[in-house]
Design a protein around this ligand. Structure first.
Ligand code: 13P
Ligand code: SF4
Length: 370
């Protein structure tokens, strides 16, 4: 039975309704008590895009790179309850010891970007790209990808990338091969390569639906970067129009965006960088400074709350949080923890041994460079 069938039959995969009848105080008390009882046997990493009600219980909060690093370094916790999305929990499983158990509180916490590249598509693309370019391509994948895609990259001597270390990893890749294939986020790939000096005319797009290379130039030899046609459905919602509105209504505001935004948005903003970079920039800014931020809404709201001395708005006033990140809420966290105590653990994330063996090569290369 696959996961979808199990979810539909509600065979342990889904939270019982009674959790939604509990008061917040009751749930918080129970989570605190379980954390105290389990001590170091339990570790709760939480991504910056998680809801506040969950982040308050995280033992470590960070961006994708930081969470991959803390998972790799934690040898004590028997249970890692990952407050983030599926690909992050897979990464944690790959980087931790066999006896450590990684749990995702809600299996529906996926990532639409990661779903835009599957290994059947990369297998087909690789054959076609080898025909066109021979053995001149190094594959890189944003960590926002499935374990199977990371394994494909590892098997072909490439590396994973996060938004914090993309420039470092892409620079390294060009010391290995003449061109790169960047999966699955075309925007992070394009923005990073452009900032490293690769002109847009030297970039092409691989369309995994039609299995074709989209390129407007006439000489394939000029292509240095092949961008997978994927994107983040959250960050694509920031537009140049949003930037024009902020420039008009708040001319003294500094605009900072995540590099998952389109090239046009990044080019029109004042600064761009990873989740951690954005947090650090606002942290270091003087009181009274004004900011419009183009990234996920839970994080923007937390930044606003933590900096009452600064004027901060979302670049897009109609922006929503990442809906899949939001699947993890306090009831799901409590349910996961109570399942551990009952010895009835649900939603264990396990990556099969061969996939993990190949994927870890790509992750280790990144961690070595980061
Ligand atoms: P970072 O944590 O690398 O900034 O990535 C943002 C993101 O979209 C996570 O899903
Ligand atoms: Fe995926 Fe974008 Fe949500 Fe991150 S913010 S989990 S990339 S959909």
């Amino acid at each position: 039975m696959n996961v979808l069938d199990m979810i539909q039959k509600n065979e342990g995969y889904q939270i019982p309704d009674e959790y939604y009848t509990l008061s917040t105080e009751e749930m918080e008390k129970r989570v605190k008590d379980i954390k105290a009882r389990l001590g170091d046997a339990l570790f709760i990493p939480g991504h910056h895009y998680q809801k506040e009600e969950v982040v308050v219980f995280s033992d470590s909060t960070g961006d994708s790179l930081q969470l991959a690093q803390v998972a790799a370094n934690n040898k004590k916790a028997k249970y890692i309850v990952f407050c983030g999305v599926h690909f992050m929990a897979e990464t944690a499983d790959i980087l931790t010891e066999d006896e450590q158990i990684v749990i995702l509180p809600d299996m529906r916490a996926g990532c639409s970007m990661a779903d835009m590249a599957d290994h059947h598509q990369t297998d087909r693309a690789w054959v076609e790209l080898q025909k066109l370019f021979g053995d001149t391509i190094l594959p890189l994948t944003y960590v926002n990808s499935t374990a199977a895609i990371k394994a494909f990259v590892g098997r072909n001597d490439g590396a994973t990338v996060t938004s914090s270390n993309a420039k470092k990893v892409v620079s390294w890749a060009f010391t290995q091969k003449e061109r790169i294939l960047f999966l699955p986020d075309q925007h992070l790939g394009r923005n990073t390569a452009f900032e490293l000096g690769v002109p847009l005319e030297h970039m092409a797009i691989w369309n995994p639906i039609t299995d074709t290379l989209e390129y407007e130039g006439d000489d394939l030899n000029n292509i240095k970067v092949i961008l997978w046609k994927g994107h983040c459905s959250v960050h694509e919602n920031f537009t140049v129009k949003n930037i024009e509105n902020v420039r008009k209504n708040h001319p003294d505001m500094r605009i900072i965006v995540h590099p998952e935004c389109s090239r046009e948005v990044v080019a029109a903003s004042d600064d761009n960088g990873s989740t951690k970079y954005i947090i650090d920039q606002i942290e270091a800014a003087p009181a009274g400074s004004k900011w419009a931020i183009g990234t996920e809404m839970n994080l923007v709201q937390r930044i606003i709350k933590n900096h009452p001395d600064k004027e901060i708005i979302s670049l897009n006033p109609f922006m929503c949080p990442c809906l899949t990140m939001n699947r993890i809420d306090l009831p799901h966290l409590l349910w996961s923890l109570e399942n551990i105590e009952k010895g009835n653990i649900q939603n264990i994330i396990t990556v099969d041994k061969q996939t993990a063996k190949d994927a870890v090569k790509a992750l280790d290369k990144m961690l070595e460079l980061a």
